[in-house]
Each structure stands twice: as C-alpha cells, then as structure tokens.
Write a protein that binds this ligand. Structure first.
Ligand code: MRU
Length: 375
C-alpha cells in the first residue's frame, strides 16, 4: 500500500550520503518523488524551482544544505597549516556557499535567518572557541538538526494559539500552502486545523487554488484531504462569495516575511483575501514563526518581492499556451498585506495584535527571555 503524503518528511538530511532529501513538490500531487541534493547548484535549483518551498522548509533545507556543503569543504582543507589558518580557509569557502544559497529566493526571510544562524555557530566554534575545523562541522550538524526540531515545536505551538481563536464547526479559509509541506510538521496556517482535527473540531476548510503555481490546489487541498480534513477547493476569485455566504469564520495564512510594523508578505493574492475578509468582518490571522519576523525591515514597502518567469502565468499547467504570444505579464510571487487588514499575528510566543510595532516587540522580548532561561 502506498504511503500517505503526511508520512513523508518534507526536508530531511541523509548524513551518510551527505545529501538533503526532499519531496519534489513540483510533481505533487500526481507523483511523489523523493530527491537527493548533494551539490550547491542542486540545492539552489531546488529552492528556486520550488521543489522545496514554504518559508520554514526553505530555512531547514538551507541549514541542511550548508552543512552538507561544509562537509565537502572540509575534505579539501589543507591540514598541514595551523588550525587558525585552516579555519580561515574553511570560513572563506563557507561564506561563499552561504551567499550563493542565500541568493536562491529573496522574499522568505527564513532562508537568510537559517543561514545566518549556521554562520553564527560556525564563527562561535571556529573563532571564539578555537575548535578544530572538524569540530566546527560537527557543531554545524547539531545546529541544522536543531533548526528542524525547533520548527516542529514552533508549528505545534502556533497551532495551539491559533486553535484558541476558533471554535468547533468553524469554516476556515487558507491561501497558498502554509501546511506540513511548507514546514517540518503541522504547517503554520494549517497547524490549528490539524490540532483541531485531532480534538474533533470538525472544521470546514476552503483552500484557495493559488495561481499561478497552484500551491493551494496541489499541496494544501492534497495534504488536508489526505488527512481526512473536510476541505473544499475554490478558485482564487471565489473567496468573496464564500465569505459573503457566511461560510468562513476565520482566515489563517502563513507568511514569508513580517516587517517590524506588522505588514506581512505572503503568497500573491493574500492581500486580496485580507481585503475581502475585512469587508465581510471575517478575522484574518497571519501565522508567523518568529523566524519570519524581520525586525530590521521597518515596513512592508522595504520587503523585496520576488518576480518570476512569465511562463508560469501564460502556459504552465495548460496543455497549450493560454495567452497571446508577446503579451506583457506581471508575475510577482508575493504581495504585502497592510497591517490594518490583519486581525492578529500568531507566533510561537503568543498572539500579537495592533499596534503591531509594540506587540511584535513584546513577542521578541518573550523569545529572548525564554532563550535566556534555557541557557
Ligand atoms: O512560493 P512559495 O510556495 O514558497 O510560497 C509559500 C507561501 O507563501 C507560504 O504561505 C509561506 O511561505 C509560509 S509557509 C509556512
């Protein structure tokens, strides 16, 4: 019997084979193909081509990726030289690979967040603690594993907070895929749905198909349906109707980068859903791991929005091209939802409400305190 999609790891590490192991999400739901990424080019392509996608999963893939590449760098280090020089040689190559992976997609801050976290560990072990390069690579291994494990806890905790915002029998609408396939487990926007399902909440979920890459149809509808959740797929232009009909009690979406003022970048079309939700008085919740909050970006206006190839709009998924040759195409992968359209931002350290600048600062404080307590 074939395995349920929920039984697969979205991103994994095969240390023995020195590879990042992912489900090729471009082939879902028709084909479940597990692929192994060994080289920097393979990892970069997998992120750029959305074989692995969704902000937290991109972060985990990058962390495993830079670790795998570090093992490769280690093989070519000249160990005849002093330890300090060996580390300098290692770090130079590490930085090059880090920058390269970081250039694969611009909007999801989890990519740079995970790579920076790996770099901090690298410098701490190699420079501050003067460990050998082999030990630096071991520290990178531990950190990459920790990033993935934390992601599971983060999503589950977001799910618990999210669940406190809805009640049994509610209708929930979601856009794109902020599900298990976008994270290590549970998803962010889907975490309240999965936890609710375990507890008999009987939610009715509407999944926007999410043009142009159909993450809602191919991934969210697939994973929710495979989990036995009552899910109805709708086209992106149907959200106003289902909300007007009173079928939606809450919208949960994920995000790729939240600015310090609460403006949130997520999959293109999210801000349309938020605008419609406001019109019909439906609460609009952004589920955001704190790794997605970018306190260095003051507002949504400074968030870099990825532009993607025109073919994704004109011909991808169709048997034949569906737009005239030579027509101009605008294909931004994300949009920014203004903070005044957001009812609350649900993080693993609590629920932030307007004014977001202050409430997100409070979340940051909570996180720092929890970290200090752990150390
Ligand atoms: O282009 P994608 O598929 O990577 O976009 C994904 C999204 O927009 C998700 O909602 C976001 O990354 C959050 S995933 C928990």
């Amino acid at each position: 019997m074939s395995k349920n999609i929920m039984e697969y790891e979205t991103v994994d590490l095969d240390d023995h084979d020195s590879s990042v192991v992912i489900i090729d999400q471009t082939k879902l739901p028709g084909t479940t193909e597990i692929i192994r990424l060994h080289t920097a080019q393979e990892i970069w392509d997998a992120i750029y081509l959305l074989k692995v996608r969704g902000a937290p999963a991109i972060g985990v893939a990058a962390a495993f990726g830079i670790y795998v590449l570090s093992k490769e760098i280690l093989k070519n280090i000249n160990f005849e030289q002093e330890q300090e020089k060996a580390f300098a040689e290692f770090y130079e190559k590490f930085s090059e690979q880090k920058e390269y992976l970081n250039s694969s997609r611009p909007t999801a801050v989890n990519l740079s967040w995970a790579l920076n976290r790996m770099e901090t560990i690298c410098l701490k072990a190699g420079k501050e603690e003067k460990k050998s390069v082999e030990e630096v690579v071991e520290a990178l291994h531990r950190e990459a594993i920790a990033i993935k494990e934390e992601d599971i806890w983060v999503c589950k905790t977001i799910g618990e907070f999210g669940l406190s915002l809805v009640k049994p029998g509610d209708g929930i609408l979601t856009h794109c895929n902020a599900g298990q396939l976008a994270t290590s487990k549970y998803g962010t926007a889907t975490a309240p749905i999965y936890l609710g399902q375990e507890r008999g909440y009987n939610f009715h979920v509407f999944a926007d198909e999410t043009r142009p890459l159909l993450q809602g149809a191919r991934l969210t509808a697939y994973e929710l349906h495979s989990s036995g959740v009552d899910v109805t797929l709708i086209c992106d232009n149907m959200s106003a109707m289902v909300m007007k009909n009173g079928w939606v009690n809450a919208v949960f979406v994920g995000c790729d980068r939240v600015a310090a003022n609460g403006d949130a970048a997520n999959k293109i079309g999210t801000s349309v859903v938020a605008t419609v939700a406001k019109r019909y008085g439906v609460p609009f919740y952004v589920c955001a791991p704190t790794s997605t909050i970018d306190y260095d970006t003051p507002t949504g206006a400074e968030i870099k929005i990825e532009q993607r190839p025109a073919g994704e709009v004109t011909e991808m998924w169709y048997k034949e091209r569906m737009a005239p040759e030579g027509v101009k195409v605008f294909n931004p992968a994300f949009d920014v939802t203004d903070n005044d359209l957001i009812t609350a931002i649900v993080t693993e350290y609590g629920i932030a409400r307007a004014p977001f600048k202050e409430s997100l600062e409070e979340i940051r404080k909570q996180k720092q305190e929890a970290k200090a307590e752990k150390e």
